[in-house]
Design a protein around this ligand. Structure first.
Ligand code: GDP
Ligand code: MG
Length: 451
């Protein structure tokens, strides 16, 4: 799973920091070593790691905790800052694409980096935002390139233009005609998928440079495969020479331990990573924002993305916000757990979502996060056999109630106890997180509970 190794390594370093009786030079050095190990394992360039370490050391040794805060919390804040910087810093939100202007976005990148898949992901993403999106297939080199994009376009429900429609085999000809047609039809966004396979790199760069000159796209987006790790830097630089790369899409972050290397290497070139790809399906796209990303890496969750996902799954906004606000006010009941599980079942793999919960790394035991789908289904059945009173006030569930619930749901007392145990641990973890969350918010973390 994406970044789980990096995240585990970082959160264990942070939890060691919090376990230390007090913060002295030795503890700071140990913390830095832990972070170095984690980043090097993720293929982050060694110079970047050293400069980050120096920054943390220099700042951490100097700090005086502001009144009401501990040195540990301030050290955590410094680590957070430096990691955000490493991944590109705080950025203004992704600017919206203007409507009705036929904004052209040209995807470039080497073969196999994920351009065609990414074209469909972007179409899916922007279509959901209400934009009229058209796809242009300007890859005439790879046999089946058109069919691949056409199939994806059908899945997303957007129009496609390619060799067939243009009655031409010249990528430049196709691109011009496609863009003009979609512009005439008043489309908002036109995404051009280009070829990556050429006899040699020079001819690929030539074609991209020519397409760029003739089409004059509003934005050139470079697609980079994360599995190449820190080599992403030289790739970004090579493409930048032939066309001004406006943004970057990093793919396959789900399947590599080198994601941190790719992200930091690209950030070091000054280019902006706009989106990341986290799977093969069209929905596996996420806007990239270093602060929320680092919060997740440090186990501090990302409520904003979680709520977004809930909205995508068309779960009533009321339910998700109600449950969240109950968690945040410390009044989390079995009824909320029930809504949460229902929501999670609609949203897909639990493991991908649970990491969005605040404190996943710092508060909730890992085994609990790995609850399998079958178990959730069983728990949903169990909860259906509970009375409203029991759901709202789980403390009243005694042994005889447990037996009744087990009989009613066709499960065993052991199953019911397991669910209650899970609830109790979650509830305690949430309470602990709330306390920590309040303090961290005081230090300016992007910890907005009232979304
Ligand atoms: P192109 O040659 O640049 O157009 O690349 P494709 O879009 O054909 O993708 C190459 C392979 O990478 C395909 O098997 C895709 O399913 C896969 N792929 C693309 N993006 C992702 C991603 O974010 N995660 C994973 N796991 N696979 C991806
Ligand atoms: Mg392709």
């Amino acid at each position: 799973m994406s970044f789980s190794r990096l995240r585990d390594a970082l959160t264990s370093t942070i939890s060691n920091l919090f376990k230390a009786p007090f913060v002295d030079k030795r503890v700071i050095e140990e913390t830095i070593r832990g972070i170095q190990r984690a980043l090097l394992m993720a293929d982050v360039n060694v110079h970047l790691v050293l400069s980050l370490s120096n920054n943390i050391r220099e700042r951490a040794l100097k700090i005086k905790a502001p009144p009401g805060f501990s040195r540990k919390e301030v050290v955590l804040r410094i680590i957070y800052d430096e990691l955000v910087k490493l991944l590109g810093g705080e950025k203004a939100p992704i600017t919206d694409i203007p409507l009705g202007k036929g904004y052209t976005l040209m995807l470039v990148g080497i073969q196999g980096s994920g351009k065609t898949t990414t074209a469909a992901k972007l179409a899916w993403f922007y279509k959901r935002k209400g934009l009229k999106v058209g796809l242009v297939c300007a890859d005439t080199y790879r046999p089946g390139a058109y069919d691949q994009l056409a199939q994806l376009a059908k899945r997303v429900g957007v129009s496609i233009y390619g060799a067939k429609e243009a009655n031409s085999n010249d990528p430049i000809d196709i691109a011009i005609k496609g863009v003009n047609l979609f512009k005439d039809k008043g489309f908002d966004l036109i995404i051009i998928d280009t070829a990556g396979r050429h006899k040699d790199e020079t001819s690929l760069m030539n074609e991209i440079s020519k397409l760029n000159e003739i089409i004059k796209p509003d934005e050139v987006m470079l697609v980079i495969d994360a599995t190449i790790g820190q080599q992403a830097k030289s790739q970004a630089e090579a493409f930048h020479k032939v066309a001004k790369v406006g943004s970057i899409f990093i793919t396959k972050l789900d399947g590599t331990a080198k994601g941190g290397g790719a992200l930091s290497a690209v950030a070091a070139t000054g280019a902006r990573v706009k989106f990341i790809g986290v799977g093969e399906k069209v929905e596996d796209i996420e806007p990239f924002d270093p602060p929320t990303f680092v919060s997740r890496l440090l186990g501090m969750g990302d409520i904003r993305t979680l709520i977004e996902k809930m909205k995508e799954a068309e779960i009533s906004k009321e339910i998700s916000e109600k449950v969240m606000s109950r968690i945040m006010s410390g009044k989390f009941t079995l009824l909320d757990l029930y809504s949460q599980f229902k929501a999670i079942r609609k949203m897909g793999p639990l493991a991908k979502l649970i990491e969005l919960l605040p404190g996943f790394g710092l508060g909730i035991p890992k085994e609990l996060a790995d609850v399998a789908t079958e178990r959730i289904d069983r728990w949903l059945v169990i909860m259906q056999s509970m009375t409203k009173e029991e759901l709202e006030n789980p403390r009243i569930i005694n042994r005889s109630r447990i037996e009744r619930i087990a009989r009613g749901s066709g499960t065993s007392s052991k199953d019911v106890k397991e669910l209650i145990n899970y609830y109790n641990i979650m509830n305690r973890a949430f309470k602990k997180l709330l306390r920590r969350g309040k303090r961290l918010r005081g230090l300016g973390f992007p910890y907005k509970f009232n979304v």
